[in-house]
Design a protein around this ligand. Structure first.
Ligand SMILES: [Mg+2]
Length: 211
């Protein structure tokens, strides 16, 4: 019997346009802690890394825990204010499912928050597994991708993501890598990570999986 094939997607900036809510909550935490927030552009460049790593880039080490705690109560209050699936994403997932692929999210978000975001945006039924990073090495380490594949009980084919961390994690997990240019990292930065594909839509993924 053939094992099913799988495609693993990053969540934020790849399937869902969630960066404005993430960046907004990230910056609001500075106000809550009486600190001056970095600019939206500065924050955006760091999205996709763990929260503590992001705050450590902009704040003294002794303030990182409090800032992270602020984010963790601020973000759930606003996480769907502007966040939506990117255009064409629900349709593309349905097409891939129809071809027999198993589909997973592998995100640096914690699983509990990732599951809530996926549900709020109506994508729960479009995905087989939503795997967050819960206390093990984050991307670019391949752990979250490997866990998603293990939960799917399928052979991984593609890793799709919007940052160099996704591409490195996918490659380290033995998958072909598909970088998308509508998220956090621009095409130039993504190209430097040598993805197998660098694309501005999901159409080439659908074409590559139609055989
Ligand atoms: Mg991302």
């Amino acid at each position: 019997m053939h094992r099913p094939r799988a495609i693993v997607f990053d969540l934020d900036g790849t399937l869902v346009d969630s960066l404005p809510d993430i960046v907004g909550a990230f910056r609001d935490a500075f106000a809550e802690q009486g600190l001056t927030a970095p600019s939206e552009a500065e924050v955006r460049d760091h999205v996709g890394l763990p929260l503590e790593t992001m705050y450590a880039a902009f704040a003294p080490a002794e303030r990182v825990a409090a800032l992270s705690a602020s984010y963790r109560h601020l973000y759930p209050q606003r996480f769907t204010r502007h966040s939506r699936p990117f255009p064409g994403v629900p349709e593309a997932l349905a097409t891939l499912r129809g071809r027999g692929f198993r589909l997973a999210v592998a995100t640096t978000k914690r699983s509990e928050m990732a599951v809530r975001l996926v549900a709020a945006l109506g994508l729960t039924d479009a995905l087989d597994v939503v795997q967050g990073t819960d206390g093990f090495p984050h991307k670019p380490a391949p752990d979250v991708v490997r866990r998603a594949l293990a939960a799917l009980d399928a052979d991984g084919v593609w890793m799709v993501g919007d940052t160099v961390h996704d591409i490195e994690a996918g490659r380290a997990a033995g998958l072909s890598t598909y970088a998308v240019t509508w998220g956090t990292h621009d095409a130039e930065r993504l190209r430097a990570a040598r993805p197998d594909r660098l694309e501005a839509t999901l159409e080439p993924l659908l074409a590559a999986t139609s055989g």
